[in-house]
Ligand binder design. Sequence first.
Ligand code: ATP
Length: 272
Amino acid sequence: MQIKRLKLAGFKSFVDATELRIEPGLTGIVGPNGCGKSNLLEAIRWVMGESSAKSMRGAGMEDVIFAGTASRPQRDFAEVSLLTVQEQGELFSTVEVGADGELEVTRRIERGAGSAYRANGKDVRAKDVSLIFADAATGPHSPALVSQGRIAAVIAARPQERRAMLEEAAGIAGLHVRRKDAEQKLRAAEANLARLDEILLDMDTRANALRRQARAAERYIRLSDQIRVAEARTLFARWREANVSAEAARAEARQAEAAVAAAQAAQLAAGA
Ligand code: ATP
């Protein structure tokens, strides 16, 4: 990644829109004490995603907004844009880059509203910006950006801090950010799996209860059928018995009628 241009407006001492072009070769910034040389380096670190107000020599992040002077009122926002161009073979995986390989990252802060980022005019997250620069082996904490007091800090750094600096310099900071991201996703997936296990266990218990209910329902249907058949057979047997009894009664009645007729005939014969 090559830095081509830095634009500032309302950032620290740069109250008016200011443009710093960085041409191929060496660019030097000279000026008297307090003219804003360090502010330019801080603007580069800020647009790359610096989140520590202390390292911007302020108490809060809004301290980067022009605070006003005796002759000029304070500003309500600060904006810094960094125009970069891809080097051959380089990829900016998190954002779209135009055919010219140019990528302009802008950070803007408003009083009471916090920071917002844009990449080639599109709103992006702070994380995307930090990945763009981390993949290009740079960023707000890159050892290539040596701010005041940094040399002393490097000398006094603990082995762990030196390791972080070496990793930044080797360009693997982006991989660390991605690993952290991947680890977070993995943890979320593990939590989901544990939840799924619980749901499966719950479903198993419910399925067992339903299986028991289904077996009871099948038994009920089978028994109901058997009861219906048994009832039908009982009714048929009763009907048959009643029919036989009725037949016997009719035969008895016929015999009785014949006996009565015979008796009447005998009576008539006796009378004559
Ligand atoms: P030196 O050579 O002494 O290191 P320098 O050129 O690096 O100085 P800087 O430290 O970049 O100068 O700039 C400091 C100046 O920026 C001071 O004059 C300070 O008042 C001004 N400044 C810092 N923050 C703000 C702000 N929020 N609003 C207005 N001016 C600011």
